[in-house]
Design a binder for this molecule. Structure first.
Ligand code: SF4
Length: 418
């Protein structure tokens, strides 16, 4: 079957069903504060688990083809995927957990329901006979796109020169611990980056991090930088800054590097150089939203993702990866009120799983990740059907020239236990 255009949950063909749906949605919005987005062409109610007949047909067809394919296929679903996708996933998790599941799997085909950089990492970590497919190759990540290999390779020599640092690639062992007086610039890339950048990082003695292990990875990198050295952290400035602050670094030792322009302040005393990237979803959460929630729920608690700005993280009660947020919510007692600063599909799912707790998204206007939302169940069905027919559609193949360095950077990450 052909895949539909991505984001409309309820098709426009059945007006009676649409009207009934709108009525039901109005009632729920009163009880569950504004977990809906108004888009020009449709209204998406993230709390509504009912399916249209078309959606039921697609889900049944996915279950059937999935059953026929058996253990040959592993379906991975990120926490930010819509319910119609995660109901078919063998594992649901963050990018770190899912990359480990891909690495441990014996399935011949992995269907990655997430964004492109995640599927690339899975391809690097799996063996050559395994294929990694995506329901649609258009699902990228705007943050990952904020640091390209061309930009980093162009700015790298300037950074080294302005900071008075050396390139770890020039050492006999680029990832060996440094001597006290060494001054290397060690690149650390967030998982949310292209395989080409991970390769750059691997070749220059650096390492990948996720929001689950950023602190342990930074400690590892500082040991390789030397006391006069520094870390280049990219693409997400907020995760780098928030982690550096937790490690006791002052903000003025973490200048922001604007591509092609240079640093926001001098590099003389810099310990972390933060690339000017950010997540457009998590940037929306603010300290003002937290104060507003606390006024309505004085006993409530707030948990946010560390991709949020510094002021938001500092105003929250806790911050961590999506896996951490899930555990945090699970641990709150019945009757708790919890505001969550992360992507709406995950927040709404947690609210449905915990009807004994009041869970709301910190941003009343709601913030879906538009690229995660491109993974529609019809695309998943299309890929599975074509796989059954002997095709390998939408395969993500990391070029051999990039595999080696990217694998090095990922394996360094997997070896670091926080
Ligand atoms: S939520 Fe942000 S970081 Fe995650 S995939 Fe979407 S744009 Fe990228």
């Amino acid at each position: 079957m052909s895949a539909p255009e991505g984001t409309t949950v309820h098709s426009g063909g059945n007006w009676a069903a649409s009207a009934a749906h709108r009525l039901k949605r109005k009632r729920r919005v009163g009880a569950l504060r504004k977990m809906a987005t108004t888009l020009p062409m449709c209204v998406v109610d993230y709390m509504d688990t009912t399916k249209s007949p078309e959606e039921e047909d697609i889900a049944a067809a996915i279950r059937a083809v999935r059953g026929r394919l058996g253990d040959k296929v592993l379906i991975l679903g990120h926490h930010y995927q819509r319910d119609g996708i995660v109901e078919h996933a063998d594992y649901i998790g963050d990018s770190f957990m899912l990359s480990q599941k891909a690495a441990d799997s014996e399935a011949t085909t992995i269907v990655f329901c997430g964004v492109h950089f995640m599927a690339e990492s899975a391809d690097v970590l799996t063996h050559d006979k395994q294929a990694v497919l995506m329901p649609t190759l258009r699902a990228g990540c705007s943050m990952a796109d904020m640091a390209t290999l061309e930009e980093v390779e162009r700015d790298w020599p300037t950074m080294l020169e302005r900071g008075g640092w050396s390139d770890p690639a020039l050492r006999a062992d680029p990832s060996a611990p440094a001597d006290a007086n060494d001054a290397f610039l060690v690149p650390v890339t967030y998982m949310n980056s292209s395989a080409a950048l991970k390769d750059f990082v691997g070749r220059h003695g650096g390492v990948v991090c996720t929001s689950s292990n950023a602190r342990g990875v930074l400690e590892w990198a500082f040991e390789r930088a030397g006391e006069r050295g520094a870390v280049l952290f990219f693409p997400d400035q907020h995760l780098g800054r928030n982690t550096g602050l937790k490690m006791g670094l002052e903000e003025d030792r973490m200048p922001v590097w604007i591509p092609a322009m240079g640093a926001s302040s001098g590099l003389d005393d810099a310990r972390i150089v933060l690339w000017h990237g950010f997540c457009s979803v998590h940037k929306r959460f603010t300290a003002e939203q937290i104060s507003e929630f606390r006024t309505r729920h004085p006993e409530g608690v707030v948990v946010v993702h560390p991709e949020c700005p510094r002021a938001t993280v500092e105003a929250a009660d806790a911050d961590g990866s999506t896996e951490y947020i899930k555990r945090f919510i699970d641990a709150q007692p019945p009757g708790s009120s919890i505001a969550v600063g992360t992507e709406i599909n995950m927040v709404a799912r947690m609210a449905k799983e915990h009807p004994d707790k009041h869970i709301e998204c910190l941003d009343a206007e709601v913030c879906p990740c538009s690229t995660m939302y491109m993974i529609h169940p019809a695309y998943l069905l299309d890929v599975l059907e074509r796989l059954e027919a002997g095709e390998l559609p939408n395969q993500v193949v990391v070029p051999a020239s990039v595999q080696e360095g990217a694998l090095l950077a990922l394996e360094r990450m997997l070896s670091i236990i926080e």
